[in-house]
Design a protein around this ligand. Structure first.
Ligand code: DAK
Length: 259
């Protein structure tokens, strides 16, 4: 793998564990980190032995937002250039393999947005989420008004975006932002365990599953149901469908071959 300054990347059997690592800045997201994340995801996607990904930070912070020091003097034309900070900022949302965010501590601004780009969030009981951009004189830029509103509804999204307040993990779970809340000393293991479980399934099926669930947010119900029905039928072109159903009938564990 490429030498990395802002990430630690480990392979845990069929799971890639990506740890954001800028401890002096609470993992603030700078252009180097976004670039490294994009390169890493390119490599992980190309590696057939990896079936799922976990992105995590530290116990104190998943990420406290974009790097304000890097961003503060940028001009409008630099922003429009789609270089540096803006270039790779949505790469996680485009990842074809399942991605779990394992969040502890602060997930603010771009940090909350990065967690929402993942497929689901497993949070430690000290996690805090928010979109504090309003306090800096800007609106969110990578999903804070859009994905957040899809996930938790207009009223709470307005509350968070307009006041810039943080919500604790219980409120985040009630609101539907977080899939599971676990004690701080367990959140990473629980996320890795969930990722290992997913990685053992058929990769073409997990990829289609992501596509379908994401489609539900963007297509009318009738259209979404039609796509789902077609994809269900298309599963029968996969050896993995034959294997999965044969294994059930033969009362054994399936061995998926990703084809
Ligand atoms: N950027 C840079 N440094 C940060 C940082 C950040 N976002 N957050 C924290 N740090 C640094 C602090 O400056 C401090 O550094 P030193 O002073 O020690 O050198 C160190 O991390 C520890 O932070 P604190 O001393 O402040 O720690 P506290 O426990 O007192 O407070 C805090 C923790 C998370 C409440 C506080 O640090 C804080 O409010 N941080 C800023 C949170 C924030 O406003 N985040 C939103 C940033 S705006 C886009 C891409 C991305 C974005 C938008 C568009 N495009 C591609 C279009 C995203 C925008 C944002 O995220």
């Amino acid at each position: 793998m490429t030498e990395l300054n802002c990430l630690i990347v480990e392979k845990r059997d069929a799971v890639a564990l990506i740890t954001l690592s800028r401890p002096d800045a609470l993992n603030a997201l700078n252009s180097e980190l976004f670039r490294e994340l994009a390169i890493t995801l390119d490599q992980v996607e190309a590696d057939e032995s990896i079936g799922a990904i976990v992105i995590t930070g530290s116990d104190r912070a998943f990420a406290a937002g974009a790097d304000i020091g890097e961003m503060k003097d940028m001009s409008y034309s630099q922003m429009l250039d789609d270089a540096g900070l803006t270039r790779h900022s949505d790469r996680v949302a485009l990842c074809k393999k399942p991605v779990i965010a394992a969040v502890a501590g602060y997930a603010l601004g771009g940090g909350c947005e990065l967690a929402m780009m993942c497929d689901f969030i497993i949070a430690a009981d000290n996690a805090r989420f928010g979109q504090p951009e309003i306090k800096l004189g800007v609106v969110p830029g990578i999903g804070g008004t859009q994905r957040l509103t899809h996930l938790i509804g207009k009223s709470k999204a307005m509350d968070l975006c307009l006041t810039g307040r943080m919500m604790d993990v219980d409120e985040a779970e009630r609101a539907g932002l977080v899939a599971r809340v676990v004690p701080l000393d367990e959140y990473l293991d629980v996320a890795l365990q969930a990722a290992a479980e997913i990685a053992a399934y058929s990769q073409p099926v997990t990829r289609n599953m992501k596509y379908l669930v994401n489609s539900a947010l963007e297509t009318p119900l009738e259209q979404g149901l039609a796509i789902e029905r077609q994809m269900f039928k298309a599963n029968f072109a996969l050896d993995d469908q034959k294997e999965g159903m044969a294994a059930f009938v033969e009362k054994r564990s399936p061995e998926f071959k990703n084809r």
